[in-house]
Design a protein around this ligand. Structure first.
Ligand code: G3P
Length: 217
């Protein structure tokens, strides 16, 4: 299972990278705005800064919603750095653009996916990643993890190579449940990754080991 961090915050990306378990980064326009990154030029520079920190795939989202605009913008993004994955919204034009980029061998991430049907279309278009938003489904009393399970079954049935990127992950149990179901990738905040470290028995056990060592030395 790959671990992506879902942020545009360079410090958090560095922290996750330094932990040694990071496989990539996902961003979106809201995450960029949260870091105060505005203006096309600054946004493009920021993507390159992220690529310079991590070794894996970095999803960069297009703003255009028409096919020609998505293709133009996606080509510009893909040209920035070899680690860039073009992130496209799950709309009709986005599916067409995913097919275009897939035919050209450019990696894509189809985002804002909330149903198994949408995920099937993304796979048919040859998307590299599909991003079902599990936290946002949970927010509206719908089981986000169930969607991951449905997509896993459908992709397994036909051997689709599109990777299931569980997105809108909010906490450690989302990560663990996605791993049990067989999501290929999860993307979430740094807290959802670092939270996996925590267990009180680990802390108690370590304190005892150190205290016992001190007694004999
Ligand atoms: O990866 C998708 C993500 O950025 C959305 O997360 O927490 O805003 O639902 P969230």
């Amino acid at each position: 299972m790959k671990f992506f961090i879902d942020t545009a915050n360079l410090e958090q990306i560095r922290d996750a990278q330094n932990l040694g378990v990071l496989d990539g980064v996902t961003t979106n326009p809201s995450l960029m705005a949260k870091e105060g990154i505005t203006g096309r030029e600054n946004i493009l520079k920021h993507y390159v800064a992220i690529c310079d920190i991590v070794e894996g795939d970095v999803s960069a989202e297009v703003i255009a919603t028409d096919y020609d605009g998505m293709v133009k913008e996606g080509e510009e993004l893909a040209g920035l750095h070899k680690q860039i994955v073009v992130k496209l919204p799950m709309i009709k034009e986005g599916v067409k653009a995913a097919k275009y980029f897939s035919d050209k061998g450019i990696k894509t991430n189809v985002t804002l996916v909330f149903s198994a049907g949408q995920a099937l279309l993304a796979a048919k278009a040859g998307a590299t990643y599909v991003s079902p938003f599990i936290g946002r489904l949970d927010d509206v009393s719908t089981d986000g993890l169930n969607l991951i399970a449905e997509i896993r079954q459908i992709y397994n049935n036909y051997g689709f190579s599109t990777q299931i990127l569980a997105a809108s992950v909010r906490h450690t149990m989302h990560v663990i449940d996605c791993a049990k179901i067989g999501a290929d990738v999860m993307t979430g905040p740094l807290s959802s990754i670092e939270g996996l470290l925590n267990h009180p028995l680990t802390d108690i056990g370590l304190a005892k080991f150190l205290a016992d060592y001190k007694k004999g030395n």
